[in-house]
Each structure stands twice: as C-alpha cells, then as structure tokens.
Design a protein around this ligand. Structure first.
Ligand SMILES: Cc1cc2nc3c(=O)[nH]c(=O)nc-3n(C[C@H](O)[C@H](O)[C@H](O)COP(=O)(O)O)c2cc1C
Length: 333
C-alpha cells in the first residue's frame, strides 16, 4: 500500500485544483421527474457522494428526441436550469468540481419515452440496444443537434457548473457518428475518420467558444468500439489528439459502441487507457472496475492515467470514495 498515497495527490487543471485523483463517473440513476427536472431525491443522492474531487453528473439529454430512458435528466430547456443549479450547489458544498455530462442518444433513444422517431447518422439499428430503425439525419438536422449541444452547455454554465462533458461513447449518437458500423454516410460527416469525427469536433469548437476559456470542457471518448469492424484504439488515439488540438481540457475514456461492461474483470480498459494517454498531453480519466487501490495507484504511478473514475461502487455505496480515502490515509500514515 506504499504508493497508494498518490491517489490523494492534488492536480491542477486550468484554475481548478483537484484535491485527489478520484472521479465520480457519470451513471444515470433515473431519478429525474417526468419532465427531466432535478428532484429532491436526486439531490440527496449526490449530497452523499462525498470523496471524489470531481463529480461528472450523469447524462442530461440535449434534445427531446435524444432520451434513451425514462427518468433521465434533461438540459434542453431553460427551465431545467433552476434544478441543475441546486445540483451544482450540492456538489460545490462538498468541495468538489461539478461537470454536467450532455448527451443525445440517437438510435439508442427509447421511442416509447420520446414519442418521436429515433434519428442517427444512418438508418442502421443500434447494435447495442437493438431498438427501432432510426431515420438518417439531414445536414440541417445535424446543424440543429450541434446547436442543441451548445445551448445545453450554456445552460450548464448558467446553472453554475464548472464545465461540461460531451458524451461520445456507449453507443449513443456521437459514438454512432464515429463508428464505421453505424455511420454509412457519403457526405462530409461520413467515410473517413476525419469526417466521422467532424460533428464531435464542431460541437467541441462551438462549446469551447460558448463556455469561454476558464470553464472545463471534457469529452467522454469511446476510443474502441469493442466490436469487429468498429472503431479501433489506433483510431481512438487519432481522435483524442484532434480533441486536444481543439481545446478539450480533460479526456474521459471509455468504450465506443459497446458499453465497457461487456468486458469483465478488474481494470478491463487498462490497455486502451494506457495507449490513449500516451498519445495526448492533456489529463486523462480512466474507468472500468478500478476500485482496487493497488491497481489504481499503479496506473497513476506509471503515468497511464491521471484520474480514476468509479461508477458502480459509488452507485452501490454513495460514500464509497470517502471511506476508501480514509482507508488509504490509515494505511499510508
Ligand atoms: C446504471 C449505469 C448507468 C450508466 N450511465 C452512464 C451515463 O449516463 N454516461 C456515461 O458516460 N456512462 C454511464 N455508465 C458507465 C459508467 O460511467 C462507467 O463507465 C461504468 O459503469 C464502468 O465503471 P465501473 O466499473 O466503476 O462501474 C453507466 C453505467 C451504469 C452501470
């Protein structure tokens, strides 16, 4: 347990001082009300998540046709701001940095919830959730989605968040654009990796402008589809570099079309995280069964990652990180 104190070391990104290396990964708990507004129950749960230096709040939908299940947070209207500002306050009261993840589900949207047709880069059924056949987006509609992401980021800023995280993983819309399995377009948003990353990079560029230079801009990048014929880690590295060049402050890494939970075992994404980290200079968050202190500190010690994201451990026990930190302190003193 000697080097585990590295998990408690501070790190500064821009003007934000992170008091340790633990991050609460975004995981939706479906506790918003029917209109996607923050509830007291949701606030109480976040209040208990003491410990991590950074809370990435679960995905909030940027658009009414982009919700993949009931009970999700929404950030597609100005009236979402009031509840979101209470949530940012709860996180700040725990002395944590607050970032809101913003998402469009694309072909993973649940049409029984949205009562709208699902949309996607191409008419390809989502290979993960296997829902209805989506309709291919027109260029105009792609422009509208870009605006929706940017407006969502502005609402997060107005609610007092320290930044936003653009969701580009786990089979949702932006990962559908990035993957050759789900993107069959023949225009400037399809075929080459550059074209398939275009929407993400445009959103990043516009969001950066809207947030200004001081706030944090994160992307959760699915750097490997974990599927035959899909995005490979070599492509993921190239996208990661483009994101760095376009002003992203922190890269949060996960899998692309397939959720990481298709892999089993401790640190299941470690090789991928290590590869991407070695191709960028900005700080990187890793996740995927990283609750083992030895493994997590070894990864940081070897410069394979900068932050350790935890999902299910915090879902099952909201104060998991607070207790873990106490344990680390006791064993390193
Ligand atoms: C119920 C559930 C909901 C999730 N929701 C999201 C989400 O909203 N956004 C996201 O990027 N990842 C989401 N994830 C993935 C987690 O952030 C995390 O990457 C994954 O659970 C692996 O980390 P863990 O082994 O620490 O749980 C979710 C995972 C679970 C189990």
């Amino acid at each position: 347990m000697k080097n585990s104190s590295i998990l408690l070391s501070e790190i500064k990104v821009k003007n934000y001082l992170f008091k340790n290396r633990y991050v609460c990964a975004p995981f939706d708990i479906s506790r918003a009300d029917n209109e996607g507004l923050v509830t007291d129950e949701l606030l109480d749960i976040y209040k208990k998540r003491r410990g991590p230096s950074l809370i990435v709040v679960e995905q909030a939908a940027v658009s009414s046709n982009g919700m993949y299940r009931k009970g999700l947070l929404r950030v597609d209207k100005d009236r979402c701001i009031e509840g979101l500002s209470k949530l940012a306050q709860v996180i700040h009261n725990n002395n944590q940095v607050a970032v809101l993840q913003i998402n469009h589900a694309g072909s993973a949207a649940d049409v029984d919830v949205t009562h709208m047709e699902a949309v996607a880069p191409s008419a390809v059924v989502n290979p993960v959730v296997n829902k209805s056949m989506p309709r291919e987006l027109s260029i105009n509609e792609i422009g509208k989605i870009k605006e929706e992401f940017v407006k969502a980021a502005i609402r997060a800023k107005n609610a007092g968040f320290d930044g936003v995280e653009i969701q580009n993983c786990h089979g949702f819309l932006l990962s559908q654009f990035l993957s050759p399995i789900t993107n069959k377009r023949k225009d400037e948003y399809g075929e080459s990796l550059k074209n398939r990353s275009r929407l993400l990079l445009e959103i990043v560029g516009e969001t950066r402008k809207a947030l200004g230079d001081d706030l944090l801009l994160l992307v959760r990048l699915g750097a490997d589809d974990l599927m035959e014929g899909g995005l490979k880690v070599e492509d993921g590295s190239k996208v990661a570099k483009m994101l760095e060049e376009n002003g992203v402050d922190i890269l949060d890494l996960s899998s692309g079309l397939m959720p990481p939970l298709v892999l089993k075992g401790p640190a299941m994404l470690r090789p991928m995280i290590k590869t991407i980290k070695s191709s960028v200079n900005i700080p990187v968050i890793g996740a995927g069964e990283l609750d083992d202190v030895q493994i997590a500190s070894d990864m940081i010690d070897k410069n394979e990652v900068d932050f350790i994201g935890l999902g299910r451990p915090i879902m099952n026990q909201p104060d998991f990180v607070e207790r873990l930190i106490e344990k680390i302190k006791n064993t390193t003193n």
